[in-house]
Design a protein around this ligand. Structure first.
Ligand code: ADP
Ligand code: ADP
Ligand code: MG
Length: 445
């Protein structure tokens, strides 16, 4: 097992990783930007190293600075969290060349899965159903039109390097193609530094169903599904496990497909196989996230497992400590992402200083947050303030616990998405579990 780990992230996920290390008896080093000097991760870590100014390029995305800190602090491994360098094969390679372990899959796996067009092809070849689409990247509008004719409109233009719901455009007919294609190209170029695009048939009102998997390079297991259909602009707001649409039979089937896909790339570590489930009950792979995910706690609660500890053990070379028959789902968990955004003003980010802060508790409640009264929410980073996770013996108990928790929660000084979450949780369609990715757009608020 590792003696010392460097955490190359911030916010709630830096704390989450730090806590796992503590419980495993591993020393921690946190790297931080000047904007995060007063963070709880810096306070709680055994060591903390400032690596630069607030801009991500100078800190959390700066590979040379992070690697220097890792070498000076003499760590064995680096945990990248999510976002930032979590899915960077270049980072994995640099670490490997310095004899440092990246807590994640191999650079090769990241390279395949990080190229969403190549990931599709790799999964298709492994017998995983994919959405009808282009066989690879599409370089020009003319080809996009002929692919779209073949697969049928509407189509979705997606970025090969996409992430965070960005760089996607729905196209309803050939007349819209040219404009959408160049807009998507520009967006992908500026967001990911890679303007390559691919096409998929656009599925109307699907559910987003993803499977948590873990592998040791030889064996692989799944931990059931998470439903993440409550999204705004293709970004998840509420996640839950199990899904109201997944029967035990479908779980076994999709779980086996997810495992088959992961085994096709000799998967090592934690990963998430994302699928869309259409209204006819067919499911299709959309992408794999080769990292710990924001919504991992819902799986932890229903499977009674610590996924981050498992992830660290797998990176250290342990074999999978459990098999399919050791995974039992029980009860229901819901997660709400609380962001510093104004839901009444197009979810505009609301950085600022936190005034009063009250973190509720009580049965079935877990809150993962880096906030405290007086904390400054920086405009430089993602606006996630807290994840509230509610567990219940059934979905309704989890829902009611979530509602009472959000009603108790006090976060002053910034606008938050709490009022919006309360509206969703009270919505009849949400209560009945009839969800799809267009749910929020169709909400009367
Ligand atoms: P998840 O399913 O875990 O929410 P997301 O794709 O939404 O996955 O990304 C997780 C986090 O990583 C989010 O907080 C998001 O801000 C960040 N993220 C995702 N993709 C990118 C990217 N290309 N550049 C910067 N941050 C990203
Ligand atoms: P990202 O890498 O940004 O997370 P994904 O490929 O995972 O991108 O897609 C994010 C979301 O976009 C999905 O959860 C779904 O809501 C929507 N989406 C993606 N592909 C399709 C598709 N072919 N048809 C309909 N919706 C889609
Ligand atoms: Mg995704």
């Amino acid at each position: 097992m590792f003696k010392k780990i460097l955490i190359a992230n911030r916010g709630e996920i830096a704390l989450r990783v730090l806590r796992a290390c503590r419980e495993l008896g591993i020393e921690t080093v946190v790297v931080y930007s000047q904007a995060d000097a007063d963070s709880l991760a810096v306070k709680f870590a055994d060591e903390a190293v400032c690596i630069g100014a607030a801009s991500s390029a100078e800190s959390y995305l700066n590979i040379p600075r992070i690697v220097s800190a890792a070498e000076i602090a003499n760590v064995d491994a680096v945990h990248p969290g999510y976002g930032f360098l979590a899915e960077s094969p270049a980072f994995a390679e640099v670490l490997a060349s310095c004899n440092l372990t990246l807590i994640g899959p191999t650079a090769e796996t990241m390279r395949i899965m990080g190229d969403k067009a190549l990931a599709r092809e790799t999964m298709r070849a492994a017998g995983v159903p994919v959405i009808p689409g282009s066989p690879g990247p599409v370089s020009e509008v003319r080809i996009a039109c002929s692919v779209a004719d073949e697969i049928g409109y509407p189509v979705l233009i997606k970025a090969v390097a996409g992430g965070g719901g960005r760089g996607m455009r729905v196209v309803h007919g050939e007349a819209d193609m040219e404009r959408a294609f160049s807009a998507a190209h520009r967006e992908a170029e500026s967001a990911f530094g890679d303007g390559r695009l691919y096409l998929e048939h656009y599925i109307d009102h699907p559910r987003h169903i993803e499977f948590q998997v873990a592998g040791d390079g030889v064996q692989c297991v799944h931990f059931g599904e998470r439903e993440c259909s409550i999204q705004r602009r293709h970004q998840k707001l509420i996640e839950e496990s199990p899904s109201t649409a997944v029967t035990p039979g479908l779980r076994d089937e999709m779980g086996a497909v997810a495992v088959r896909g992961a085994l096709a790339v000799d998967y090592l570590g934690l990963g998430t196989m994302e699928f869309l489930l259409d209204s006819a009950g067919s499911y299709f792979f959309i992408e794999m996230n080769t990292r710990i995910q924001v919504e991992h706690p819902v799986t932890e609660l229903v499977c009674d497992i610590d996924l981050v500890k498992l992830q660290i053990r797998l990176a250290a070379g342990d074999r999978l400590p459990l098999s399919k028959n050791d995974v039992h789902l029980r009860g229901h968990a819901l997660e709400c992402r609380i962001n510093a955004e104004d839901p009444d003003n197009s979810f505009a980010p609301c950085p600022g200083v936190i005034g009063a802060f009250h973190q509720p508790g009580g049965p079935g409640i877990r809150i993962d947050t880096h906030l405290y009264a007086g904390y400054t929410v920086s405009p430089n980073y993602d606006s996630l303030l807290a994840k509230v996770i509610a567990y219940g013996t059934d979905r309704e108990e989890a829902r009611v616990r979530m509602v009472r928790t959000l009603e108790e929660m006090v976060i002053e000084g910034v606008k938050t998405t709490i009022p919006f979450h309360l509206r969703v949780l009270a919505d009849e369609r949400f209560r009945s579990g009839s969800l799809h990715t267009g749910f929020i757009d169709g909400m009367v608020v």
